[in-house]
Write a protein that binds this ligand. Structure first.
Ligand code: 5GP
Ligand code: ZN
Length: 111
């Protein structure tokens, strides 16, 4: 999608502090970290958000969680939180599917 910031990051048109990349997903540090460790894992394919996960693309989501397990192990994070916001009211500001991984502080209760 031409006006999507995460598509531009996935294409390398906008630089990012990359942690991991393969043919399907990319992980990079959030530009405005909400915890001492805060990175995002995005699909390379433009998917609007969790509302667009279907039987056709859900293998990608399993892959994202494998990547999260690998990266958090490499970073020696034994406690972390994974969040995806779907819809503006839930706090989604970039409408391209992404999973936040937060760690390095006590994260508290949700909601
Ligand atoms: P959302 O609010 O949609 O759940 O999360 C979007 C996240 O993307 C925010 O935490 C925001 O700080 C991050 N973000 C927005 N633009 C950029 C960017 O250009 N580079 C990086 N690294 N992160 C970004
Ligand atoms: Zn996109």
């Amino acid at each position: 999608m031409s006006d999507c910031i995460f598509c531009k990051i996935a294409a390398g048109d906008i630089p990012s502090n990359k942690l991991y990349e393969d043919d399907r997903v990319l992980a990079f540090y959030d530009i405005e970290p909400k915890a001492p460790v805060h990175f995002l894992v995005i699909t390379k394919e433009h998917i609007k958000g969790a509302c667009e996960i279907t039987g056709e693309n859900s293998a990608l989501i399993a892959h994202i969680f494998e990547v999260i397990a690998k990266l958090t192990a490499e970073l020696k994070l034994d406690a972390f939180r994974v969040i995806t916001n779907c819809g503006a009211q839930a706090g989604q500001s970039v409408f391209h599917l992404h999973f936040h991984v937060l760690s390095g502080r006590i994260l508290g209760e949700m909601g």
